[in-house]
Design a protein around this ligand. Structure first.
Ligand code: PMP
Length: 415
């Protein structure tokens, strides 16, 4: 486990004069904090002796019932017994990996992938095999080829890790047509799917697509979270897992933390029960859609040379810079121009990603986003000019250090 070289830079990037398009933090000022405060006060008055006590390793039974309702739009039908409440979905990722992965086993993950998941996999000494995605998400043919090649090479593939909805960092969604194909391929190769879905309710148009878990209860572990639809501070997530896995998850969780926080679970449970949480999620969606639009318009206007994804939900746009530009080498200059982003290299285990960057639109207001993109355009244009100057001198192309493999954590605020 190593800290990222860019970690120190993010300390600077959190200064108020910097427009941070780096962080993945939900915009909590949009929550009715007075209502949440009163809810917690009432909850402690009425159920304090339970909320402040140890609880069950599997999680509060009432909350597990309510989670069924939260997952209903994804067409997941499950029993509360199949649910294990965790300390954010991050802990569920840790537990699943702990149970299944031995050093040297392979975890297949999208290229790019959520940096926090890569960190977990490498902390258990898994080898990560990346499979490319495009605007329709993970590419089935590429997955089949990779799994076939790994099997031929005698490798043990334990998990396929995927974020099908509003991908972090790529901003793309696995199309409806591809979902059954991904399931079929994983089943044929006997690989368990970890379907990580913290953004699933934050779509901007129409109803969510059916989850992979909706068509397979045996080959999929589904991970959900209240971090993006309510609060990451409560640290409440969950896993829906086949029976045998669920038992091991509970044992592994008890070994790690005894039980998830009863206080946090009852806070979430009371909030869901007493507040129109679906309306609140609708408000979040509207707000994030407006911010997505500000970012896309800004990119089209100010950095037309860059390719970008067009997220239909979630928090992130994935940008591909013109050939020759290096997002990691460029970051210190961007911070000097008072704008920050996450370089693409953070999202690969093998040093790829220098031409890419992740931009988040979740936290800054639309006008700050526009200003951030204007500042970013200044940096990109300066880099392009520099490149032209060097290119016109024979043999004198600027080159940073070569790609570096290995997963590095840039810190929790930006994951
Ligand atoms: N998975 C993905 C894809 C994420 O983006 C995040 C948070 N950034 C997590 C899991 C972890 O979320 P939490 O532990 O807060 O539920």
């Amino acid at each position: 486990m190593t800290a990222s070289e860019i970690r120190a830079l993010f300390a600077v990037a959190s200064r108020p004069e910097v427009v941070s398009l780096a962080g993945g933090m939900p915009y909590l000022s949009a929550l009715p904090l007075d209502v949440v405060g009163a809810t917690i006060g009432n909850m402690i008055n009425e159920r304090g002796a339970v909320a402040l006590q140890y609880g069950s390793g599997q999680g509060d039974p009432q909350l597990r019932e309510q989670i069924l309702d939260v997952m209903a739009p994804h067409q997941i039908e499950a029993h509360p017994d199949e649910i294990v409440v965790t300390t954010g979905s991050q802990q569920a990722l840790d537990l699943v990996t702990r149970i299944f992965v031995d050093p040297g086993d392979v975890v297949v993950a999208e290229a790019p992938s959520y940096v926090g998941a890569l960190g977990v996999f490498s902390s258990y000494q898994a080898e990560i095999a990346h499979v490319p995605l495009d605007d329709d998400g993970l590419i089935p043919e590429a997955l089949d080829e990779t799994l076939t090649a790994l099997r031929r090479a005698g490798r043990r593939v334990k998990l396929l890790y995927t974020v099908p909805n509003y991908h972090n960092p790529a901003g793309v969604t696995l199309s409806a047509a591809r979902r059954p194909r991904i399931l079929e391929i994983a089943e044929r190769h006997d690989v368990l799917i970890v379907e990580d879905d913290p953004y699933g309710l934050l779509g901007f148009d129409g109803d969510p697509l059916p989850a992979l878990r909706a068509s397979s209860s045996e080959h999929v572990i589904y991970l959900g979270s209240f971090s993006k639809t309510f609060s990451p501070g409560v640290r409440v997530g969950w896993a829906v897992a086949p029976h045998a896995v669920r038992e091991k998850l509970v044992l592994a969780s008890e070994a790690a933390i005894l039980c998830p926080s009863a206080f946090s679970q009852l806070t979430v449970s009371t909030y869901l029960e007493t507040h129109d949480w679906k309306h609140q999620v609708g408000l979040f969606r509207e707000m994030y859609r407006e911010r997505r639009d500000a970012m896309i318009e800004g990119l089209e206007e100010c950095i037309p040379q860059a390719r970008r994804t067009h997220p239909q939900g979630g928090f992130y746009v994935w940008v591909t810079l013109p050939e020759g530009l290096d997002s990691k080498a460029m970051l210190p200059r961007a911070v000097t121009e008072r704008v920050a982003y996450v370089p693409g290299t953070a999202f690969y285990a093998d040093g790829q990603g220098r031409r890419h960057m992740r931009l988040s639109y979740c936290y800054p207001t639309p006008s700050r986003i526009r200003e951030g993109i204007r500042r970013l355009a200044t940096v990109v244009n300066a880099e392009l000019e520099l490149q032209e100057t060097f290119d016109s001198r024979p043999g004198a192309r600027p080159g940073g250090p070569g790609p570096r493999a290995g997963v590095q954590s840039p810190g929790p605020e930006i994951t």
